[in-house]
Design a protein around this ligand. Sequence first.
Ligand code: SAH
Length: 309
Amino acid sequence: MLFCEVYLALQMSFVEYGEYIREGDIAIVFLGHESMFPVKAQHGTQTQTKYGVIRHSSDLIGKRFGSKVTCSKGGWVYVLHPTPELWTQNLPHRTQILYSTDISMITIMLELKPGSVVCESGTGSGSLSHAIIRTIAPTGHLYTVEFHEQRAEKAAEEFREHKVAHLATVKNQDVCKEGFGVVGVADAVFLDIPSPWEAIGHAKAAIKEEGGQMCSFSPCIEQVQRTCLAMHEFGFKEITTLEVLLRIYDVRSVSLQLPDFGDGDSTAERDPKETGTGQQATAVCNSCVTPRGMAGHTGYLTFATKSLL
Ligand code: SAH
């Protein structure tokens, strides 16, 4: 009885960690950083991987999240608990999506935290929505507006499947014409639509009181210019546009020739033949190598603060 209660309490959701995989849960099948995909655990179902078949009844359901599962051809995979970050990397794309680099900046700058009330449009593929929901849980709420009917329905279905539907309301309407469907409640508003300048008035109305923040994501600078003008017109203050570019450094061990400081004492100064080994003296150092390629431009993030002045 006690075991059953604990087992029930630890059910997977995108906002709480579940210990064991249960029927209907989402698990991320991890073959490597470049190769992973989500599966819904269902009795009697099989999933093909390049290492062979995973049988859900015996290989997934009842196993701990994080387990190493041996597939039918003898290779193995990890079955991971879903997180918004893994979901962003693996979700079915219905639109362009926001990625974790931009999402982290949005979360910090909009000061999102447990209990925050957030309005978002469009919902798109729900990449940002899942991250917002995780951050504002367990007492906050996301109102997300999407005018494409199937996308709105699919997002609502995913929120139910991911056990976060109580934290989000999906509205199928045009945010530029009808707004967010709530007034004076939001701590923060986020826009990822082609014409954000048409929704700035609705964003202002949705924000609860002076001091609330908004952010608009646009790929083109011309969209940013129009958005900034509209923000200014509606009395928003502290209007700031930024772009986040991720630059990852590789740390490598390299052999470097020892420097010659000319003090007459350094090993390096001596003729290689004199070191006795016939080789130039070197030292092994850790070196930071700048990246050869970098993820390019995604979009500009324009932040502003609601002011009644
Ligand atoms: N941020 C989302 C992607 C949004 S893509 C993510 O991370 O997944 C942009 C979405 O905005 C599209 O789905 C589009 O249908 C929706 N959209 C565009 N204009 C809109 C409007 N005026 N009202 C509501 N939704 C709109």
